[in-house]
Ligand binder design. Structure first.
Ligand SMILES: Cc1cc2nc3c(=O)[nH]c(=O)nc-3n(C[C@H](O)[C@H](O)[C@H](O)COP(=O)(O)OP(=O)(O)OC[C@H]3O[C@@H](n4cnc5c(N)ncnc54)[C@H](O)[C@@H]3O)c2cc1C
Length: 406
Protein backbone atom coordinates (compact mmCIF):
# COMPACT_ATOMS: atom_id res chain seq x y z
CA UNK A 1 0.00 0.00 0.00
CA UNK A 2 1.32 3.43 -0.95
CA UNK A 3 0.54 6.42 1.26
CA UNK A 4 1.33 10.04 0.42
CA UNK A 5 1.55 12.37 3.42
CA UNK A 6 1.45 16.07 2.51
CA UNK A 7 3.27 18.29 5.02
CA UNK A 8 6.30 17.47 7.15
CA UNK A 9 5.28 19.21 10.35
CA UNK A 10 4.28 17.68 13.69
CA UNK A 11 1.35 15.60 12.45
CA UNK A 12 2.80 14.67 9.04
CA UNK A 13 6.09 13.38 10.46
CA UNK A 14 4.40 11.23 13.09
CA UNK A 15 1.77 9.87 10.69
CA UNK A 16 4.48 8.97 8.16
CA UNK A 17 6.43 7.05 10.79
CA UNK A 18 3.40 5.13 11.98
CA UNK A 19 2.06 4.33 8.49
CA UNK A 20 5.50 2.97 7.54
CA UNK A 21 5.72 1.01 10.79
CA UNK A 22 2.37 -0.51 9.90
CA UNK A 23 3.81 -1.74 6.61
CA UNK A 24 2.90 0.98 4.11
CA UNK A 25 5.25 2.50 1.56
CA UNK A 26 5.19 6.15 2.60
CA UNK A 27 6.05 9.31 0.69
CA UNK A 28 6.33 12.35 2.94
CA UNK A 29 6.21 15.54 0.88
CA UNK A 30 7.33 18.82 2.41
CA UNK A 31 7.59 22.05 0.46
CA UNK A 32 10.23 23.64 2.69
CA UNK A 33 13.95 22.93 2.64
CA UNK A 34 13.64 21.30 6.06
CA UNK A 35 11.07 19.48 8.18
CA UNK A 36 9.23 20.92 11.17
CA UNK A 37 9.85 24.63 10.69
CA UNK A 38 6.88 25.54 12.89
CA UNK A 39 7.84 22.93 15.47
CA UNK A 40 11.16 24.71 15.75
CA UNK A 41 9.38 27.85 16.99
CA UNK A 42 7.14 26.10 19.49
CA UNK A 43 7.34 26.79 23.20
CA UNK A 44 9.69 29.73 22.54
CA UNK A 45 12.19 27.32 21.01
CA UNK A 46 11.78 24.72 23.78
CA UNK A 47 8.73 22.89 22.30
CA UNK A 48 5.96 22.23 24.76
CA UNK A 49 5.39 18.75 23.30
CA UNK A 50 2.28 17.73 25.17
CA UNK A 51 0.52 17.93 28.54
CA UNK A 52 0.12 15.34 31.28
CA UNK A 53 -3.37 16.57 32.22
CA UNK A 54 -6.04 13.93 32.86
CA UNK A 55 -8.58 13.48 30.12
CA UNK A 56 -11.22 15.74 31.65
CA UNK A 57 -8.74 18.62 32.03
CA UNK A 58 -7.39 17.95 28.57
CA UNK A 59 -10.88 18.21 27.08
CA UNK A 60 -11.54 21.45 28.98
CA UNK A 61 -8.48 22.95 27.30
CA UNK A 62 -9.80 22.24 23.81
CA UNK A 63 -11.73 25.31 22.69
CA UNK A 64 -13.44 23.93 19.58
CA UNK A 65 -14.73 20.43 18.90
CA UNK A 66 -13.33 18.75 21.98
CA UNK A 67 -15.80 15.88 21.62
CA UNK A 68 -14.32 14.94 18.26
CA UNK A 69 -11.01 14.26 20.05
CA UNK A 70 -12.32 11.82 22.66
CA UNK A 71 -11.57 8.71 20.68
CA UNK A 72 -8.15 9.68 19.32
CA UNK A 73 -6.94 10.88 22.73
CA UNK A 74 -8.05 7.55 24.18
CA UNK A 75 -6.15 5.67 21.52
CA UNK A 76 -3.01 7.79 21.69
CA UNK A 77 -2.42 9.79 24.86
CA UNK A 78 0.28 12.21 25.94
CA UNK A 79 1.83 9.41 27.97
CA UNK A 80 2.17 7.24 24.87
CA UNK A 81 3.72 10.17 22.98
CA UNK A 82 6.34 10.62 25.71
CA UNK A 83 7.13 6.89 25.70
CA UNK A 84 7.49 6.87 21.93
CA UNK A 85 9.87 9.82 21.99
CA UNK A 86 11.88 8.14 24.75
CA UNK A 87 12.22 5.05 22.55
CA UNK A 88 13.92 7.33 20.03
CA UNK A 89 16.28 8.86 22.58
CA UNK A 90 14.34 11.97 23.56
CA UNK A 91 13.98 12.40 27.32
CA UNK A 92 11.25 14.71 28.51
CA UNK A 93 10.49 16.62 31.71
CA UNK A 94 7.24 17.89 33.16
CA UNK A 95 6.90 21.52 34.21
CA UNK A 96 4.20 23.74 35.78
CA UNK A 97 0.69 22.86 34.71
CA UNK A 98 1.69 19.46 33.30
CA UNK A 99 3.57 21.01 30.39
CA UNK A 100 6.02 18.53 28.85
CA UNK A 101 9.32 19.72 27.35
CA UNK A 102 12.45 17.96 26.08
CA UNK A 103 15.06 17.74 28.87
CA UNK A 104 17.45 19.55 26.54
CA UNK A 105 14.98 22.49 26.21
CA UNK A 106 15.58 22.37 22.46
CA UNK A 107 12.72 22.07 19.99
CA UNK A 108 15.29 20.98 17.40
CA UNK A 109 15.75 17.75 19.40
CA UNK A 110 12.03 16.96 19.00
CA UNK A 111 12.32 17.49 15.23
CA UNK A 112 15.45 15.32 15.17
CA UNK A 113 13.63 12.51 16.97
CA UNK A 114 10.60 12.64 14.65
CA UNK A 115 12.82 12.70 11.55
CA UNK A 116 14.92 9.81 12.94
CA UNK A 117 11.72 7.81 13.46
CA UNK A 118 10.78 8.29 9.80
CA UNK A 119 14.28 7.42 8.61
CA UNK A 120 14.27 4.25 10.72
CA UNK A 121 11.02 3.17 9.06
CA UNK A 122 12.33 3.95 5.56
CA UNK A 123 9.87 6.70 4.79
CA UNK A 124 10.65 8.33 1.42
CA UNK A 125 11.20 11.86 2.63
CA UNK A 126 11.13 14.57 0.00
CA UNK A 127 11.94 18.19 0.79
CA UNK A 128 11.32 21.18 -1.55
CA UNK A 129 8.31 19.26 -2.85
CA UNK A 130 5.19 21.34 -3.03
CA UNK A 131 1.86 19.66 -3.60
CA UNK A 132 -0.42 21.65 -5.89
CA UNK A 133 -3.55 19.54 -5.95
CA UNK A 134 -5.18 16.44 -4.55
CA UNK A 135 -6.23 14.14 -7.38
CA UNK A 136 -9.55 12.32 -7.04
CA UNK A 137 -11.79 10.28 -9.26
CA UNK A 138 -15.39 10.19 -8.26
CA UNK A 139 -15.43 9.85 -4.51
CA UNK A 140 -12.00 8.28 -4.11
CA UNK A 141 -8.50 9.73 -3.91
CA UNK A 142 -5.92 8.85 -6.57
CA UNK A 143 -2.80 10.74 -5.60
CA UNK A 144 -1.31 14.21 -5.72
CA UNK A 145 -0.08 16.62 -8.34
CA UNK A 146 3.15 18.46 -7.51
CA UNK A 147 4.01 22.03 -8.44
CA UNK A 148 6.66 20.58 -10.75
CA UNK A 149 3.94 18.82 -12.77
CA UNK A 150 4.89 15.37 -11.43
CA UNK A 151 2.02 13.11 -10.38
CA UNK A 152 2.37 10.69 -7.49
CA UNK A 153 -0.30 8.04 -7.35
CA UNK A 154 -1.30 6.68 -3.96
CA UNK A 155 -3.78 4.37 -2.26
CA UNK A 156 -4.18 6.91 0.50
CA UNK A 157 -3.45 10.63 0.80
CA UNK A 158 -3.06 12.38 4.15
CA UNK A 159 -3.36 16.17 4.31
CA UNK A 160 -1.17 17.46 7.16
CA UNK A 161 -0.59 20.99 5.92
CA UNK A 162 -1.26 22.81 9.21
CA UNK A 163 -2.98 26.16 9.78
CA UNK A 164 -2.64 29.66 8.39
CA UNK A 165 -0.35 31.45 10.83
CA UNK A 166 3.39 32.08 10.74
CA UNK A 167 3.17 31.48 7.00
CA UNK A 168 6.96 31.74 6.75
CA UNK A 169 7.05 28.27 8.34
CA UNK A 170 5.12 26.85 5.37
CA UNK A 171 1.62 26.85 6.88
CA UNK A 172 -0.10 28.81 4.14
CA UNK A 173 -3.52 27.22 4.32
CA UNK A 174 -3.20 24.97 1.24
CA UNK A 175 -5.17 22.15 2.88
CA UNK A 176 -8.18 24.42 3.50
CA UNK A 177 -8.24 25.47 -0.16
CA UNK A 178 -8.09 21.83 -1.31
CA UNK A 179 -10.90 20.85 1.04
CA UNK A 180 -13.09 23.64 -0.39
CA UNK A 181 -12.25 22.65 -3.97
CA UNK A 182 -13.26 19.09 -3.16
CA UNK A 183 -16.63 20.31 -1.90
CA UNK A 184 -15.95 19.71 1.79
CA UNK A 185 -17.40 21.99 4.44
CA UNK A 186 -14.90 24.29 6.09
CA UNK A 187 -15.49 26.75 8.92
CA UNK A 188 -14.15 30.32 8.62
CA UNK A 189 -10.53 30.74 9.65
CA UNK A 190 -9.78 33.16 12.46
CA UNK A 191 -6.82 33.68 14.75
CA UNK A 192 -6.63 31.77 18.04
CA UNK A 193 -4.17 32.36 20.89
CA UNK A 194 -3.40 35.78 19.57
CA UNK A 195 -2.49 39.24 20.84
CA UNK A 196 -5.09 42.03 20.75
CA UNK A 197 -4.95 45.54 19.33
CA UNK A 198 -6.46 48.29 21.43
CA UNK A 199 -7.89 51.71 20.65
CA UNK A 200 -5.77 53.05 23.52
CA UNK A 201 -2.12 53.52 22.68
CA UNK A 202 0.09 51.63 25.13
CA UNK A 203 3.28 51.93 23.06
CA UNK A 204 4.92 53.97 25.87
CA UNK A 205 4.61 51.02 28.24
CA UNK A 206 5.39 48.31 25.70
CA UNK A 207 6.88 45.35 27.57
CA UNK A 208 5.26 46.18 30.93
CA UNK A 209 4.02 42.92 32.46
CA UNK A 210 1.12 42.78 34.88
CA UNK A 211 1.17 39.76 37.19
CA UNK A 212 -1.80 38.43 39.16
CA UNK A 213 -4.49 40.33 37.29
CA UNK A 214 -7.77 39.28 35.69
CA UNK A 215 -8.62 40.19 32.11
CA UNK A 216 -12.21 40.11 30.92
CA UNK A 217 -14.07 40.95 27.74
CA UNK A 218 -17.69 41.87 27.26
CA UNK A 219 -20.13 43.01 24.61
CA UNK A 220 -23.20 45.19 25.17
CA UNK A 221 -25.10 42.29 26.70
CA UNK A 222 -22.78 40.14 28.76
CA UNK A 223 -19.29 39.13 29.82
CA UNK A 224 -17.93 36.92 27.04
CA UNK A 225 -14.79 35.82 28.85
CA UNK A 226 -13.17 36.33 32.23
CA UNK A 227 -9.70 34.93 32.74
CA UNK A 228 -8.24 33.23 35.76
CA UNK A 229 -5.72 35.25 37.75
CA UNK A 230 -2.66 35.47 35.52
CA UNK A 231 -0.19 37.49 33.55
CA UNK A 232 -0.53 39.92 30.67
CA UNK A 233 1.78 42.31 28.86
CA UNK A 234 1.40 45.61 27.02
CA UNK A 235 2.61 45.74 23.43
CA UNK A 236 3.20 48.49 20.87
CA UNK A 237 -0.30 47.85 19.50
CA UNK A 238 -2.25 46.69 22.56
CA UNK A 239 -2.10 43.71 24.90
CA UNK A 240 -0.77 40.16 24.90
CA UNK A 241 0.49 37.54 27.37
CA UNK A 242 -1.04 34.27 28.61
CA UNK A 243 -4.47 35.47 29.80
CA UNK A 244 -4.96 37.65 26.72
CA UNK A 245 -4.01 34.81 24.36
CA UNK A 246 -6.52 32.54 26.08
CA UNK A 247 -9.22 35.22 25.87
CA UNK A 248 -8.61 35.64 22.15
CA UNK A 249 -9.58 32.02 21.47
CA UNK A 250 -13.00 32.61 23.06
CA UNK A 251 -13.87 35.95 21.43
CA UNK A 252 -12.34 35.49 17.98
CA UNK A 253 -15.73 35.10 16.30
CA UNK A 254 -17.31 38.16 17.92
CA UNK A 255 -17.92 41.55 16.31
CA UNK A 256 -15.23 44.03 17.23
CA UNK A 257 -14.69 46.51 18.85
CA UNK A 258 -15.25 44.90 22.24
CA UNK A 259 -14.92 46.36 25.70
CA UNK A 260 -12.31 44.79 27.98
CA UNK A 261 -11.35 45.31 31.61
CA UNK A 262 -8.34 44.65 33.77
CA UNK A 263 -8.90 43.85 37.44
CA UNK A 264 -5.62 44.95 39.02
CA UNK A 265 -6.60 43.59 42.43
CA UNK A 266 -8.51 40.35 41.91
CA UNK A 267 -7.74 39.07 45.41
CA UNK A 268 -9.56 42.00 47.05
CA UNK A 269 -13.23 42.96 47.00
CA UNK A 270 -14.13 46.61 46.37
CA UNK A 271 -15.13 46.93 50.05
CA UNK A 272 -11.73 45.69 51.21
CA UNK A 273 -10.00 48.04 48.81
CA UNK A 274 -12.01 50.98 50.14
CA UNK A 275 -10.88 50.25 53.70
CA UNK A 276 -7.27 50.00 52.58
CA UNK A 277 -7.58 53.19 50.53
CA UNK A 278 -8.95 55.19 53.47
CA UNK A 279 -5.95 54.12 55.55
CA UNK A 280 -3.49 55.02 52.81
CA UNK A 281 -5.13 58.39 52.23
CA UNK A 282 -4.83 59.16 55.94
CA UNK A 283 -1.11 58.37 55.77
CA UNK A 284 -0.39 60.22 52.52
CA UNK A 285 -2.53 63.33 53.01
CA UNK A 286 -0.04 65.94 51.87
CA UNK A 287 1.34 63.86 49.02
CA UNK A 288 0.34 63.98 45.36
CA UNK A 289 -2.19 61.53 43.92
CA UNK A 290 0.56 59.99 41.83
CA UNK A 291 2.19 58.69 45.02
CA UNK A 292 -1.09 57.14 46.14
CA UNK A 293 -1.61 55.36 42.81
CA UNK A 294 1.93 54.03 42.92
CA UNK A 295 1.03 52.15 46.08
CA UNK A 296 -1.50 50.15 44.08
CA UNK A 297 -0.05 49.93 40.58
CA UNK A 298 3.20 49.56 38.65
CA UNK A 299 4.70 53.05 38.26
CA UNK A 300 4.56 53.10 34.46
CA UNK A 301 0.86 52.49 34.22
CA UNK A 302 -0.05 55.25 36.68
CA UNK A 303 -0.33 58.01 33.98
CA UNK A 304 -2.85 55.83 32.10
CA UNK A 305 -4.95 55.27 35.22
CA UNK A 306 -4.76 59.00 36.09
CA UNK A 307 -6.06 59.77 32.61
CA UNK A 308 -9.01 57.36 33.00
CA UNK A 309 -9.75 58.97 36.38
CA UNK A 310 -9.30 62.44 34.86
CA UNK A 311 -7.14 63.41 37.81
CA UNK A 312 -4.02 65.45 37.64
CA UNK A 313 -0.84 63.85 39.01
CA UNK A 314 -0.25 66.91 41.17
CA UNK A 315 -3.64 66.86 42.93
CA UNK A 316 -3.20 66.35 46.65
CA UNK A 317 -4.38 63.13 48.21
CA UNK A 318 -6.21 65.05 50.96
CA UNK A 319 -8.34 66.81 48.35
CA UNK A 320 -9.89 63.60 47.02
CA UNK A 321 -13.64 63.60 47.45
CA UNK A 322 -15.62 60.54 48.54
CA UNK A 323 -16.86 60.16 44.96
CA UNK A 324 -13.30 60.24 43.64
CA UNK A 325 -12.24 57.54 46.13
CA UNK A 326 -15.12 55.32 45.08
CA UNK A 327 -14.23 55.89 41.44
CA UNK A 328 -10.58 55.00 42.04
CA UNK A 329 -11.53 51.69 43.64
CA UNK A 330 -13.86 51.01 40.72
CA UNK A 331 -11.12 51.70 38.17
CA UNK A 332 -8.69 49.43 40.04
CA UNK A 333 -11.21 46.61 39.63
CA UNK A 334 -12.45 47.59 36.14
CA UNK A 335 -9.70 49.40 34.22
CA UNK A 336 -11.29 49.86 30.78
CA UNK A 337 -9.79 49.21 27.38
CA UNK A 338 -11.32 48.86 23.95
CA UNK A 339 -10.25 45.93 21.80
CA UNK A 340 -10.14 47.08 18.18
CA UNK A 341 -9.36 43.66 16.75
CA UNK A 342 -7.10 40.66 17.21
CA UNK A 343 -3.56 40.91 15.83
CA UNK A 344 -3.24 39.66 12.21
CA UNK A 345 -3.79 35.91 11.83
CA UNK A 346 -0.21 35.45 10.65
CA UNK A 347 0.95 36.20 14.21
CA UNK A 348 -1.50 33.80 15.85
CA UNK A 349 -0.25 30.70 17.64
CA UNK A 350 -3.11 28.67 16.26
CA UNK A 351 -5.69 28.83 13.48
CA UNK A 352 -9.25 28.43 14.68
CA UNK A 353 -11.58 26.98 12.07
CA UNK A 354 -10.73 24.68 9.17
CA UNK A 355 -12.00 21.42 7.73
CA UNK A 356 -15.30 20.78 9.48
CA UNK A 357 -15.17 17.78 11.81
CA UNK A 358 -18.56 16.77 10.38
CA UNK A 359 -16.68 15.72 7.24
CA UNK A 360 -14.27 13.46 9.14
CA UNK A 361 -14.55 10.06 10.83
CA UNK A 362 -13.12 10.64 14.35
CA UNK A 363 -11.89 7.01 14.58
CA UNK A 364 -9.67 7.24 11.48
CA UNK A 365 -9.53 10.89 10.29
CA UNK A 366 -10.77 9.69 6.93
CA UNK A 367 -12.97 12.04 4.96
CA UNK A 368 -16.52 10.70 4.88
CA UNK A 369 -17.20 11.89 1.31
CA UNK A 370 -13.89 10.97 -0.33
CA UNK A 371 -12.50 7.53 0.31
CA UNK A 372 -8.84 7.19 1.34
CA UNK A 373 -8.39 10.93 1.87
CA UNK A 374 -7.42 11.93 5.44
CA UNK A 375 -7.00 15.23 7.29
CA UNK A 376 -4.89 15.49 10.45
CA UNK A 377 -3.51 18.20 12.74
CA UNK A 378 -4.24 21.90 12.62
CA UNK A 379 -5.97 21.79 9.22
CA UNK A 380 -8.96 20.42 11.13
CA UNK A 381 -11.44 22.71 12.88
CA UNK A 382 -10.04 21.91 16.33
CA UNK A 383 -8.02 24.26 18.51
CA UNK A 384 -6.90 24.28 22.09
CA UNK A 385 -5.28 26.55 24.66
CA UNK A 386 -1.55 26.81 25.31
CA UNK A 387 0.10 24.05 27.35
CA UNK A 388 1.05 21.43 24.74
CA UNK A 389 -2.54 20.57 23.85
CA UNK A 390 -2.34 21.63 20.21
CA UNK A 391 0.67 19.44 19.48
CA UNK A 392 -0.97 16.48 21.20
CA UNK A 393 -4.00 17.01 18.93
CA UNK A 394 -1.62 16.86 15.95
CA UNK A 395 0.01 13.68 17.33
CA UNK A 396 -3.17 11.84 18.32
CA UNK A 397 -4.92 12.52 15.02
CA UNK A 398 -1.76 11.38 13.19
CA UNK A 399 -1.54 8.06 15.02
CA UNK A 400 -5.20 7.08 14.71
CA UNK A 401 -5.06 7.92 11.03
CA UNK A 402 -2.00 5.71 10.47
CA UNK A 403 -3.37 2.90 12.61
CA UNK A 404 -6.53 2.76 10.53
CA UNK A 405 -4.67 0.47 8.10
CA UNK A 406 -3.83 -2.08 10.80
C1 LIG B 1 5.00 30.50 17.67
C2 LIG B 1 4.23 29.22 17.93
C3 LIG B 1 4.47 28.51 19.08
C4 LIG B 1 3.75 27.34 19.35
N1 LIG B 1 4.05 26.64 20.46
C5 LIG B 1 3.37 25.50 20.73
C6 LIG B 1 3.71 24.70 21.85
O1 LIG B 1 4.70 24.97 22.56
N2 LIG B 1 2.94 23.60 22.11
C7 LIG B 1 1.88 23.25 21.30
O2 LIG B 1 1.19 22.27 21.61
N3 LIG B 1 1.59 23.95 20.18
C8 LIG B 1 2.32 25.04 19.87
N4 LIG B 1 2.03 25.74 18.73
C9 LIG B 1 1.02 25.20 17.79
C10 LIG B 1 1.63 24.01 16.99
O3 LIG B 1 2.90 24.38 16.50
C11 LIG B 1 0.74 23.59 15.82
O4 LIG B 1 -0.56 23.38 16.29
C12 LIG B 1 1.28 22.32 15.17
O5 LIG B 1 2.56 22.55 14.65
C13 LIG B 1 0.35 21.85 14.06
O6 LIG B 1 0.93 20.73 13.45
P1 LIG B 1 0.56 20.36 11.94
O7 LIG B 1 1.33 19.15 11.60
O8 LIG B 1 -0.89 20.33 11.76
O9 LIG B 1 1.06 21.60 11.07
P2 LIG B 1 2.53 22.24 10.89
O10 LIG B 1 3.40 21.84 12.00
O11 LIG B 1 2.28 23.68 10.64
O12 LIG B 1 3.07 21.54 9.57
C14 LIG B 1 2.51 21.73 8.30
C15 LIG B 1 3.55 21.44 7.26
O13 LIG B 1 2.93 21.31 5.97
C16 LIG B 1 3.78 21.89 4.99
N5 LIG B 1 2.97 22.23 3.81
C17 LIG B 1 1.94 23.12 3.76
N6 LIG B 1 1.44 23.16 2.50
C18 LIG B 1 2.16 22.28 1.76
C19 LIG B 1 2.12 21.88 0.39
N7 LIG B 1 1.26 22.43 -0.49
N8 LIG B 1 3.00 20.93 -0.04
C20 LIG B 1 3.90 20.37 0.81
N9 LIG B 1 4.00 20.74 2.12
C21 LIG B 1 3.13 21.67 2.59
C22 LIG B 1 4.34 23.11 5.70
O14 LIG B 1 5.51 23.58 5.08
C23 LIG B 1 4.57 22.57 7.11
O15 LIG B 1 5.87 22.07 7.27
C24 LIG B 1 2.76 26.90 18.42
C25 LIG B 1 2.54 27.61 17.26
C26 LIG B 1 3.26 28.77 17.00
C27 LIG B 1 3.01 29.52 15.73
Amino acid sequence: MRVVVVGGGASGLLASYQFAKNGAEVFLLEKNEKFGKKLFLTGKGRCNITNTADKETFMRNIVRNAKFMISSLDKFSSKQMCLLLKEYGLDVKVERGGRVFPVSDKSSDVIKALVAMCVKQNVHMRLRTKVKKILCTGNSVEGVLLDSGEKITADKVVVATGGMSYSSTGSTGDGFAWAKELGLETTPLVAGLNAMETVENFAKIEGLTLKNVVFSIKNEKKTLFASEIGEMIFTDKGVSGPIVLTASSYVNRENFPLQAEIDFKPALLEEQLKIRLDKDIANLKAKQCKALLELYLPKNIVPFVLSVLQWSAQDKVAQLSKQQRIRFVHVLKHFPLTIKCLAPIDRAIITSGGVSVKEINPQTMECKKIKNLYFIGEVLDIDALTGGFNLQIAFSTAIVCANSIR
